[in-house]
Design a protein around this ligand. Sequence first.
Ligand SMILES: Cc1ncc(COP(=O)(O)O)c(C=O)c1O
Length: 369
Amino acid sequence: MDLRYRLNHPERLLSPSLILFEEIIKANLDAMIAMVGTPDRLRPHVKTHKMAAIIGLEERLGIHQHKCATIAEAEMIAAAGGHDVLIAYPLVGPNLDRLVRLIRAYPETTFRVLVDHAESAKALSRAAESLDGPVSTLLDIDVGMGRTGIDVRDAAGLFTLVADLPNLRPDGLHAYDGHQRASDPEERKRASLEGLAPVLELRETLIGKGYPIPRLILGGTPTFPIHAACTVPGSECSPGTSTLHDASYAAKFPDLPFTPAALLLTRVISQPRPGRITLDLGHKAVAADPVGARLTLPDLPDARIGGQSEEHLVVDLDNAGDYPPGTAMLAIPMHVCPTVALHRRAYVVRDGDVVDEWEVTARDRVIGI
Ligand SMILES: Cc1ncc(COP(=O)(O)O)c(C=O)c1O
């Protein structure tokens, strides 16, 4: 096992539990700042950790801009002292009123939102009528993922609408290229820049029409090195996974300088037959995606991950007899973001010792608003 994952006295800790290696989180944040050159160009997505304590770490490092997907995450960031929050998720229905209440409740924090449809923009403007000032609104552009975002060819019209609506202030463009997953960094770069090119053209067109474009918010972790090199004024990078990183990204993108920082403590609970152990890592403790192997077991490199149910994970290995019930070990989740959201609290390890417990503050859909 990597020495950075030293854990003294695991016998004192519950399993299954989430274990955060604080030095690694700090090293990941330092690497993120180094890649982008200045914390002012970073806007990490909090969906990965959902923790007020990590917002505090980021703010102390000079990272004052944050991205999130839910109103609860936005509220968590504001309550933790985050200065600037982009809710990068279409707000519809009751979430519009929740946004208005959030803006009123946290006057010290700047909230930004995005839209990709004329009806959403109009509904947002109506909801914002009672506020003291316009809501900073970015246009979400689809750069090929096909999930949210307007087709770049239709974007200028929607931008004009946002500029004309009484309670919105156009705040720039947002382009998330989460579908760019080529392992080869050059191939990833080529595909990502190809997707970005029409967005840059749109930006020029809008500036030509006299609109200021203060912000261009780009990408996640795999394309972070590419967008970190972007020289467009106002460009920001919004990786999320890199804060805690995981086994899936570490295997697929070895060019990225991040290390998994959130592991799971697990125990053997049964040896149902020769050559098999069962761990307490069901899909209520580790995310059920991706299908197949949901985690790696660094102490058992030859293990074959088998069936999983709510509280059980079957693992086959030739020397299963060496791991009697009660044996504790660490696992690295393949997909850290939904794994973290399965835990209310996490043990925080520094120099091998548990020094704190952090709450996964925004794992609930509603905190106060
Ligand atoms: C809109 C948006 N921005 C940024 C990210 C961060 O991406 P990553 O998890 O690759 O860091 C995500 C991830 O889901 C996202 O949906």
